[in-house]
Design a protein around this ligand. Structure first.
Ligand code: ZN
Length: 346
């Protein structure tokens, strides 16, 4: 993993010619560390998957079976074709065949950034660390849903900015708690992108195949239930991944997302330091920015975010969703949300 990350960073630096460092998201909360919550087991995933009704999964003809939920190919085959919803880019979606074929090269309709390494093995998930649409900024927020999600949504929406939220299933809180479900829906309903940060915010690079798949499946299922979409993007906790993670992400039709700017809010930076980091970055005026923030800190909401939005907009950037800054679809499927039942639990 280290070697891969190093190569990746070197490649990125060589091409961008800037001294950005891919730092690691170290935002383990005290709450989470102290939490007694257990990672979502396979059994939990299996038991919850069986209760999905046809109504809940309007995009599917039949409820997803256990195998379907844990198999990306089946998920794709039962999912509604990629729609042209508000988060979906104008580019043609990659077909199921393209996504499932390990030998078929990626079509030109799938934007493969030229500023990132393209896996030599086509069965590895694409890694994203930069936006590709010129003059765009994607503000991304990790580790929720949590207390400040609606505040962030309001700040973004008031500034006509679209943000992107990478949610955990059970980190600062359980995504199935009614308050958190309402917050997730609030952000989505206001047009912001939702994506996966895995179930329990543990290091995927230290897990076996079934655990990695469960960590991804849990959030994909939760977002399908809560807002009706299966996300197309996953940010691995701490930015850590290995080839197995990439293979499983590929099979789950997930693009892995890192970042090229870290506000530092999860690494102990003060609000003043984070604002200074933003100001220094904007002064260099990179063509695009993919910014890592965390929705779980009040200073991020109250101080850093308003400052960053103001400065970025004054510099002429378009502040858009991750999908928009990449010209890629945000979701693998879009349907209607489900109705909570006792199987929706952490
Ligand atoms: Zn995180």
């Amino acid at each position: 993993m280290l070697a891969k990350t190093t190569i990746f960073v070197i490649a990125s630096l060589a091409i961008r010619g800037s001294a950005k460092t891919v730092s690691h998201d170290r935002s383990m909360s005290v709450n989470r560390l102290l939490s007694s919550s257990q990672p979502l087991s396979n059994d939990q995933l299996l038991s919850t998957s069986q209760s999905l009704s046809t109504e809940q999964l309007s995009s599917t003809i039949q409820p997803l079976s256990t195998d379907q939920l844990l198999s990306s190919s089946e998920l794709l085959s039962t999912s509604q074709p990629l729609s042209t919803g508000r988060h979906v880019s104008s580019s043609q979606p990659v077909s199921t065949d393209q996504l499932l074929s390990a030998s078929q090269p990626l079509s030109t309709s799938q934007p493969v950034s030229t500023n990132q390494p393209v896996p030599s093995n086509a069965s590895l998930a694409q890694l994203i660390s930069h936006c590709t649409v010129n003059n765009t900024v994607a503000l991304t927020f990790d580790d929720g849903p949590y207390l400040y999600l609606e505040n962030i949504t309001d700040i973004l929406s008031a500034a006509n900015v679209t943000g992107t939220f990478f949610f955990n299933g059970n980190n600062y809180d359980c995504i199935y708690n009614p308050d958190e479900m309402q917050r997730v829906q609030y952000a989505y309903d206001h047009g912001h992108q939702v994506a996966s940060h895995t179930w329990s915010h543990k290091n995927l690079a230290k897990m076996n195949r079934s655990r990695i798949s469960s960590e991804m499946a849990g959030v994909e299922l939760a977002l399908q239930r809560i807002v009706g979409v299966v996300p197309a993007f996953t940010r691995p906790p701490y930015g850590d991944y290995n080839e197995l993670v990439q293979r499983i992400a590929y099979k789950r039709n997930q693009t892995l997302v890192l970042w090229d700017f870290d506000s530092g809010d999860s690494m102990g930076a003060t609000a003043a330091e984070s604002k200074s980091s933003y100001a220094k970055l904007i002064a260099t005026h990179p063509s695009t920015i993919l910014a890592l923030n965390h929705e779980v800190y009040k200073t991020t909401v109250d101080q850093i975010l308003p400052f960053a939005i103001s400065k970025l907009q004054a510099a002429g950037y378009n502040l858009v969703s991750l999908a928009e800054c990449l010209n890629m679809p945000a979701y693998n499927s879009q349907g209607t949300r489900g109705t909570p039942d006792p199987t929706w639990h952490c």
